[in-house]
Design a protein around this ligand. Sequence first.
Ligand code: NAD
Length: 292
Amino acid sequence: MLVVGTGTMGAGIAQVAALGGYRTLVHDAAAAQVDAAIRRIGDDLEKGLARGKVAVADRDAALARLERAPDLATAAASAGFVIEAVVEDMATKQTVFRTITRHAPGDAIFATNTSALSITEIAASIDAPDRVIGMHFFNPVPRMALVEVIRGLQTSTSTVERTFEVARRMGKEPVEVNEFPGFAVSRINAMIGNEAFYMLMEGVASAEGIDKALRLGLNHPMGPFELGDLVGWDIRLKVLEHLHATLGEKFRPCPLLVKYVRAGRLGRKTGRGVYEYSASGELIRASADTPR
Ligand SMILES: NC(=O)c1ccc[n+]([C@@H]2O[C@H](COP(=O)([O-])OP(=O)(O)OC[C@H]3O[C@@H](n4cnc5c(N)ncnc54)[C@H](O)[C@@H]3O)[C@@H](O)[C@H]2O)c1
């Protein structure tokens, strides 16, 4: 197994791959990112140990399976399965895929963790488009069970089957999704967050009321405003703009959501979104100018 890009997602992916028993090579364009990822994985496994979720022997074995791979071409030469988690940029991903596919064994599979780019377009830039697939993990990877397995136009059925096996061995539940904007989860999630903002704008209920209603009425662990504040409304808006452009009118971003982004009210990361947060990140209350 080779994981390329060891930021937020790549580190988590490398962790579950190593826990699943794979010798896991980790590569990043910035060597410091690999060191940081291995440190983070160690810390997270330590927490798992404290909570009784990970056994000492499993932690030690997982850490021993992680291997730094400073040279991408050399690493690719011994990788039967590659998961790419570099920045969300088509040109960067295509360059990485070209290097990997030039050196990898003839039956290797190339998965991308892209959130929104076209798997078909990434695959079209290399010689083996039938062995390219999407593996859409969720953050934080060690704790989120789902992997959306995204089939591009030319992805073969055996590639899908092998990807399912790998996902399961990593302790995940795979779901097959055909490539379409927003896949399954982001599309529904964007719709819920947008609709919640329309309801706030129309005065249907307060932000706290809408959040509480969805937590208690639909058993969602967080309400749509709590979740949007956590993810960041700027990111939400980008997803909605993409879905609006590709899927049409029903994804038109709510004007009130757009106004929040224009005001810099992005959520927890700016200290204020729909809610206000203390310096230590505690949710205090709905902001004074949030409609109620
Ligand atoms: N963060 C999320 O919640 C989330 C969820 C699902 C999918 N994704 C997707 O996962 C991918 C990675 O996202 P992230 O949040 O981990 O980003 P990140 O910025 O935390 O990490 C990206 C890493 O890629 C490295 N990188 C950049 N160019 C590279 C190259 N040419 N070769 C090797 N490494 C390179 C960077 O040094 C960095 O360490 C993106 O495609 C993103 O859309 C993110």
